[in-house]
Write a protein that binds this ligand. Structure first.
Ligand code: SAH
Ligand code: SF4
Length: 428
């Protein structure tokens, strides 16, 4: 492996003692540059690497495991022991699960195997740790552990890259590679939980705010939530899980009906469709009215407060008028607006004009959008304009909080996640 992780001596290489078993099991791992499993020109909506081998390992985390145990003639209480082993001692082979009878250990041996390997980690002075992980096909993704005074939050990825391609986001600029599968989402939390455990902490919250658009991979996200909240496993509370979306109305409604206790965060970023069109390419952009209708329906079903995320970009969406318009959309609703100053993303994460030529019409439209000159010159807003924006919203009766991203110095802040093939930590 190469890159600053090895050359600068700063970040730990792996250092987690996790996630390397998959590689040792003889599954082919292509080179970081690509290799036979990677296609260069990803097609939105289609996985680019064969995942059948991953899928077969994934069933292990599902309650299907109970069926497996029944087949082994193991009593139901073993389920709890097996789950505890999987989640509290991740990466440890079942051979070492001495509480289990030997035949069960042998039968389950490959099940604890991680679907991800941990290539490197980097910790910022505020305690935020970014984990650079790779799937068994060599594609890289990132997970962030954020310790707060009263909780520890894991920011997980749902996709490698993102098909939405928002102009202000490093993940969007890297293009789309594939959806993560259930075990890969769960494994991110397992690994972060293991790291947290060594720091004397316990993971209490999970936010789907890493790489990717979770509502475009909703089934895997829902399945992972079922596993993360299993009382015999990580035992997370549904109410401490949050999903952030660019606004996919159908997905918002399905989420409300399937997981009504999970929190919804809506990345609005604009109070009118015209401004939003400058930031979010057309392929997955829905009209604001439809997105908000879905959000209000979500509230009607769940009674969970909506979190509205608004990334302020100088001269694009940070004016007094923008704030007024936003207040008009949200006034009287049960919402909190989180204002984030745009985090600069390095062009080395992929330039806004780097999309490969694409035969499909809508993708050409996408590329045209990404090429808009204004989006090449994004700038962070001044402190005064962020405060002014907040004051306008607050004065209009809309609860508003200014959020400061953790981990921005290590490229672990909101929107900065974009694992590269040629550089582990391009922001240093
Ligand atoms: N796809 C989802 C979740 C991942 S992005 C979504 O868009 O909501 C998580 C959050 O980071 C979103 O609110 C997104 O708008 C924000 N974000 C992306 N790029 C950013 C950047 N450069 N600076 C600040 N926030 C950013
Ligand atoms: Fe995808 Fe969210 Fe980034 Fe937009 S902001 S490109 S939806 S990850």
């Amino acid at each position: 492996m190469r890159g600053p992780a090895g050359s600068s001596g700063h970040p730990g290489r792996d250092g987690l003692g996790l996630g390397t078993r998959g590689a040792s099991r003889g599954r082919a791992r292509p080179s970081p540059q690509g290799g036979p499993l990677l296609r260069k020109d990803p097609v939105v909506g289609a996985a680019i690497s064969p995942l059948s081998d991953l899928q077969s390992l994934l069933t292990v985390y599902r309650p299907d495991l109970a069926t497996e145990l029944t087949a082994l003639d193991a009593p139901a209480y073993r389920y709890q022991q097996v789950y505890e082993h999987l989640f509290l001692r991740p990466g440890e082979p079942f051979a070492q699960a001495t509480a289990l009878p030997i035949p069960t250990r042998i039968a389950l041996d490959s099940y604890g195997e991680s679907t991800l390997s941990s290539d490197a980690s980097r910790t910022a002075t505020d305690g935020t740790t970014k984990l650079l992980l790779s799937g068994s096909d060599g594609l890289r993704l990132e997970t962030v552990l954020m310790p707060y005074r009263d909780r520890s939050t894991v920011c997980v990825s749902s996709q490698v890259g993102c098909p939405v391609g928002c102009a202000f986001c490093a993940t969007g600029a890297m293009g789309f590679r594939r959806n993560l599968v259930v075990g890969e989402i769960v494994d991110q939390v397992r690994m972060a939980a293991s790291l947290a455990g060594r720091l004397g902490r316990r993971v209490s919250n999970v936010v789907f705010m890493g790489m990717g658009e979770p509502l475009l991979s909703l089934q895997a996200v829902l399945d992972s939530i079922r596993i993360l909240t299993d009382p015999h496993g990580l035992n997370l509370a549904h109410r401490s899980i949050s999903i952030s979306t660019i606004g996919i109305p159908g997905g918002i409604l399905r989420l409300a009906r399937t997981e009504p206790q999970v929190n919804l965060a809506l990345s609005l970023h604009a109070a009118d469709d015209r401004t939003r069109a400058r930031l979010v390419p057309p392929r997955f952009r829905h009209p604001l009215a439809e997105i908000l209708d879905a959000a209000w329906e979500h509230f009607a079903i769940t009674r969970r407060k909506l979190l509205v995320e608004y990334v302020l970009i100088k001269g694009v969406n940070d004016s007094h008028e923008d704030a007024h318009r936003l207040a008009g959309l949200l006034r009287g609703r049960v919402v909190t607006v989180n204002l984030l100053a745009w985090n600069p993303i390095l062009r080395s994460t992929g330039t806004l004009s780097s999309s490969e030529p694409d035969p499909a019409k809508d993708r050409r439209a996408n590329a045209r959008d990404l090429n808009r000159p204004i989006l090449r010159t994004l700038a962070a807003p001044s402190r005064a304009s962020v405060a002014g924006f907040r004051d306008t919203l607050s004065a209009a009766g809309v609860k508003t909080v200014i959020r400061h991203s953790k981990g921005s110095r290590i490229g672990a802040a909101c929107g900065q996640l974009a694992a590269q093939h040629d550089s582990y930590f391009p922001y240093l």
